[in-house]
Design a protein around this ligand. Structure first.
Ligand code: DHB
Length: 317
């Protein structure tokens, strides 16, 4: 099975339920089409102080988080990737960056981790350039940094490389710069989008912010971000098609019900990732969602999800 056309085309987003060996083995044994690790860093990290994750329910399962890249460090994930590769589904290693004790330049952090994951047997890499919870400004907002990280990495590793992106919202010039750069560099996939950054909620009883790190600002996930994610997926898919670029779009954001995933496919996603709903419901979410997606496809006369990918139509005049 190609990691770029997963079956089922439904996987976990890097982050929720993908930090520990226990989490990852549960995903390996679930109905997920692949296992995606938590975004790892060179050195292990505890992450931000708690509370750092809070529910934000809006007619479904939502969340605000500023986890702060809690993860085991890439050496432990290399061992886990090797173990997970025996479960008969692709393993995707998510790579991120945080400063740590040694003085490697940022691009070298990514390169060292990428090599280690490819050697450990990862089927693909997801290079996370969009973590909003450290400095607040994702690497993916700076095309110069994107180039400096991806160029050596793409030269070095043989496995497919996806890039995890933040929402570009209404910054149309930045979207255009990044999209054309990714075509030029020849990435294999984009995962769009990361959580919507700089969201805040307030508990009315206590009048306190619901999370403690980053002055209460965290990434928003869940139903509130579905329309934003659909637009991000759509414009990347449309741009890549217009350039004749064979770059897959992995849709992420706001998938709570099967119909939400169907919308991602119609917008142009070939695989859909789930984050917040997985944190709330656990790995059974994969089976529940996939059964609903399969039913929808059958009811609408489709043999395969391939028949609906990118098939959204313009609204009538
Ligand atoms: C974290 C959050 C993200 O959205 C991400 O892409 C990576 C890390 C975090 O806070 O751990």
């Amino acid at each position: 099975m190609s990691v770029l056309s997963l079956r089922p085309p439904l996987v976990n987003a890097a982050g929720p339920h993908s930090v520990t060996r226990h989490d990852l083995l549960e995903i390996a044994q679930s109905a997920s089409g692949a296992v995606v690790t938590k975004s790892m860093t060179h050195c292990p990290r505890e992450g931000n102080p708690e509370p750092r994750w809070a529910p934000y329910a809006m007619d479904g399962f939502g969340s605000i988080n500023a986890m702060g890249l809690n993860n085991l460090g890439y050496r432990d994930y290399a061992e886990l990737v090797a173990e997970l590769s025996h479960y008969g589904k692709p393993v995707i290693a998510s790579l991120s960056y945080a400063p740590c004790d040694h003085d490697l330049p940022m691009a070298d952090h990514y390169l060292v981790m990428a090599r280690a994951m490819a050697e450990a047997g990862a089927d693909a890499l997801e290079v996370n350039l969009s973590t909003p919870n450290l400095t607040g400004v994702p690497i993916a907002n700076d095309p110069t940094q994107i180039r400096s990280i991806l160029t050596p990495l793409l030269d070095d590793v043989e496995v497919p490389v996806a890039v995890k992106l933040p929402p570009y919202n209404n910054d149309l010039p930045l979207f255009a710069d990044v999209a054309s750069l990714l075509v030029e560099l020849g990435v294999d996939a984009v995962a769009t989008m990361n959580s919507e950054p700089n969201a805040m909620d307030i508990d009315l009883e206590t009048r306190q912010k619901v999370i403690r790190p980053r002055e209460g600002y965290g990434g928003l996930g869940g139903p509130a971000i579905l329309p934003i994610a659909l637009a991000e997926v759509h414009r990347f898919a449309r741009y890549f098609r217009s350039q004749g670029a064979n770059i897959a779009v992995w849709g992420c954001g706001g998938v709570d019900h099967p119909e939400d995933a169907i919308k991602h496919f119609l917008a142009g996603a070939s695989t859909v990732q789930i984050g917040t709903v997985l944190a709330w419901e656990g790995p059974n979410a994969f089976r529940m969602l996939w059964e609903g997606i399969d039913d929808w496809l059958a009811i609408h006369g489709h043999q395969s999800v391939d028949e609906i990918i990118g098939q959204v139509q313009d609204a009538p005049p």
